[in-house]
Design a protein around this ligand. Structure first.
Ligand code: CO
Length: 434
């Protein structure tokens, strides 16, 4: 299971690649791609997916018997991770060294990006005879490094270092004589002429492979590709047609969580709502039908959580400390940066209890603000019972993160049980769970 996760991470150096790779997996499983610019005609009992901006994807299955359609059982994870975006005028040359002009995408731990081989990946807009097309590139081989300053020149380096992204984080990518390498390599990889590159969205990434060791896994981008992979696996595995009602499983992979989700393809966009609306129309549901279904529907927002740090246990709330390999983490926040509330915790807790998957409950120390995620943002667009969960990990937003080796499988089991569960609203706050 973890090797399959590492393969998924390797194939997903950027959000564009995560979506493209996920689309390939869905196609191999018989799913049909839909396009937002076309009308949708959906057949019963079939799988579909739709992509927006090449970086967000929503997949779903239609019920075998639409007359007995159950509710939407949805998961959401994010495919982007903190990185350095390469600026349009990328190359900086001082006559000796060639560097890349970059800016931060999201909030990474800068120290972890230094002194390690980095590569470049992203999308390229290419001129063709009719207009333009999109290509994906992944240079794969290391082609840049962000070198530290030697301790002899920065004696204070071990006493708390502050990184200026405009100065300290510019990667070295070759000698002066290598000028022009980036566009040339991109053109070579895509088999196009350099002058046909119209625009790019390129990022640095860590190409180091994942490893499993002594009960743990370490890999780049575990936040949030571990949740993307496990929710996708559960979505594909789940048999959602076993009862007389057939659920509509929905898998969402959103871009831009690391920068607040407020984009046309992020969790704050209309993407999920638009997709549900078009699904409903294709099945002949009225808006009221759709709203009735949503009242019995459920969204699981999946994004990794902070495990107790062995050297710094003091950062965790004593009663809400979560550990790697302890099972699925349910996240709570009084200010609703996490969506979990009594109702969603009770419903999801019951599903995990029946599936035999342990859950741990996480809340930040009351004097530490903590992070944010997808669930509460998506909820303002499509409002329904939602829970925030994740797997416990160390070093979140490092270029190389660590999590529990046994948790991957537990998350797949929990989410498979979730997709197979049937929730029916009997009133506000009362539900039948089959
Ligand atoms: Co995350």
């Amino acid at each position: 299971m973890n090797q399959a996760l590492f393969d998924y991470i390797k194939a997903s150096p950027t959000a564009y690649h995560a979506v493209s790779h996920t689309a390939d997996i869905l196609k191999q499983s018989g799913y049909t791609e839909l396009y937002e610019h076309e009308r949708w005609e959906l057949e019963d009992g079939c799988g579909y997916f739709v992509i927006r901006n090449g970086s967000s994807l929503i997949a779903f299955r239609t019920p075998t018997d639409p007359e007995n359609m159950g509710s939407f059982m949805m998961t959401a994870a994010h495919g982007d991770s903190p990185s350095f975006k390469i600026k349009e005028n990328a190359e900086l040359c001082d006559g000796h060294h060639l560097r890349l002009s970059v800016e931060k995408y999201g909030g990474m731990l800068c120290a972890s990006w230094t002194d390690r081989p980095l590569s470049v990946a992203g999308r390229v807009l290419v001129r063709d005879r009719r207009g333009l097309t999109t290509g994906l590139v992944d240079l794969d081989d290391p082609c840049a490094i962000i070198p530290n300053v030697a301790i002899h020149m920065n004696r204070g380096a071990n006493d708390g270092m502050s990184y200026n992204p405009a100065v300290d984080m510019l990667p070295l990518c070759g000698e002066a004589s290598d000028a022009g390498f980036l566009r040339k390599e991109i053109a070579d990889e895509l088999g196009i002429r350099e002058e046909d590159i119209l625009a790019t969205d390129l990022f640095l990434y860590n190409p180091q492979a994942g490893v499993e060791w002594s009960g743990y896994i370490s890999a780049p981008r575990l936040d949030d590709l571990q949740c993307a992979f496990t929710s996708l696996t559960a979505f594909l595995n789940a048999d959602t047609d076993d009862l007389d009602t057939s659920n509509v499983p929905v898998f969402c992979l959103f871009d831009n969580e690391e920068v607040g989700s407020q984009t046309k393809q992020g969790a704050a966009s209309t993407f999920l709502f638009d997709t549900l609306l078009r699904f409903g129309e294709a099945l002949g549901l009225t808006q009221t039908d759709l709203l009735c279904k949503l009242a019995s529907s459920f969204l699981v927002s999946c994004d990794n959580a902070h495990a107790v740090h062995p050297n710094h246990p003091e950062y965790q709330d004593k009663n809400h400390a979560v550990y790697m390999n302890g099972g699925v983490v349910v996240k709570y926040n009084a200010n609703q940066r996490y969506t979990t509330d009594g109702v969603s915790a009770a419903i999801f807790g019951l599903i995990c209890e029946r599936a035999g998957v342990p859950i741990q409950r996480y809340a930040n120390r009351a004097d530490m603000p903590g992070g944010s995620t997808l669930g509460n943002i998506a909820n303002t667009r499509v409002s329904l019972n939602t829970i925030d969960i994740g797997l416990a990990q160390l070093a979140m937003h490092s270029a190389y993160e660590t999590a529990g080796a046994r948790d991957t499988e537990m998350m797949v089991r929990a989410l498979t049980a979730f997709f197979q569960a049937h929730i029916r609203a009997d009133g506000d706050g009362a539900y039948t769970l089959l």
